[in-house]
Design a protein around this ligand. Structure first.
Ligand SMILES: [Zn+2]
Length: 294
């Protein structure tokens, strides 16, 4: 079976990870891995340098003279003018990161946001393997999502495909969102927002993982999850939904989430499988590597 080498970089807020991958059919094998702190507080030039050095280091660690095709996944999107927007590594926002990194590395680089990379990794190697359309959900400190169609990440015309975290569910009375609106899904389903809702209801500050499975705060969050994800399914009707991120590890979402979605979806039944991710922390970097598929 034909095998190919690829290089993936996951540029995160705190750490940057690079791998060289050998892919045989649908099986990934990590040949080398390099992980360094992103140190985004040291500014834009430092982050460009960190990513470029990680590419060099992992190439050398894999025993290669030249890097194989490179894909980079990171939070945020790239505007039509080639500038980064909506990244939580804020020193990148408004800067031509892709062009600067490409110039520094001296070869073409495929880019996409981290949610699309997660969805792509799960679609190619994980829980969505073989599915035609995969919607990958990230629920953690924020809420995001990515769309993969027939093994390719679908970013959309404006790079916002899959951004269900900013569907305004409660635009009048909801909590303010960093995007400038109120009551976005992210302000109701991110880990910190569920913990805040619990504190408002009970006066007690508790970590999400400490909540009992039948805690009313969690029940309410699962119901919101159902309303929000039903909107996505009404529009996209994906073959499968794969859940990732720390909040998705709370069993209530996989156990009672599908029934909550079924109550709101525009169909008399919900056929869509809603499953937990199959790949752990390395989904971002595996997906980034697979952006280089042509
Ligand atoms: Zn928002």
């Amino acid at each position: 079976m034909k095998d190919t080498l690829r290089l993936g970089v996951d540029l995160g807020g705190t750490k940057t990870e690079a791998v060289v991958l050998r892919v045989t059919g649908d099986e990934p094998e990590i040949l080398a891995k390099h992980r360094v702190p992103t140190e985004r507080d040291r500014g834009y030039d430092h982050v460009v340098q960190t990513v470029a050095s990680a590419i060099d280091a992992v190439t050398a660690a894999a025993g290669l003279a030249e890097p194989p095709p490179i894909g980079v996944g990171m939070p945020g999107a790239i505007t039509r003018a080639g500038l980064i927007k909506n990244s939580n590594t804020t020193c990148l926002n408004g800067r031509p990161f892709r062009a600067d990194l490409t110039a520094r590395v001296g070869r073409p680089i495929a880019f996409d946001n981290d949610a699309n990379c997660f969805a792509l990794a799960e679609a190619v190697f994980g829980a969505g393997r073989g599915a035609e359309v995969v919607f990958g959900v990230i629920m953690g400190t924020g809420v995001g999502g990515g769309v993969v169609v027939r093994g390719r990440a679908w970013s959309g015309l404006q790079g916002i495909a899959g951004e269900w975290g900013h569907i305004p569910l409660e635009p009048r009375d909801g909590e303010p969102c960093y995007c400038g609106r109120r009551g976005c899904v992210e302000t109701m389903l991110s880990g910190p927002s569920i913990e805040r809702a619990h504190e408002r209801r009970t006066g007690e500050r508790r970590a999400l993982r400490e909540l009992a499975p039948d805690d009313p705060t969690l029940e309410a969050a699962v119901e919101i999850f159902g309303r929000a994800l039903a909107i996505v399914i009404d529009v996209l009707d994906p073959s499968i939904v794969v859940l990732g991120g720390g909040v998705s590890n709370v069993a209530a979402f996989t156990e009672r989430g599908p029934a909550a979605v079924a109550r709101w979806v525009f169909n008399d039944e919900l056929q869509t499988p809603i499953v937990k991710h199959a790949i752990g922390d390395s989904a971002g970097v595996l997906g980034a590597a697979m952006l280089t598929r042509v």
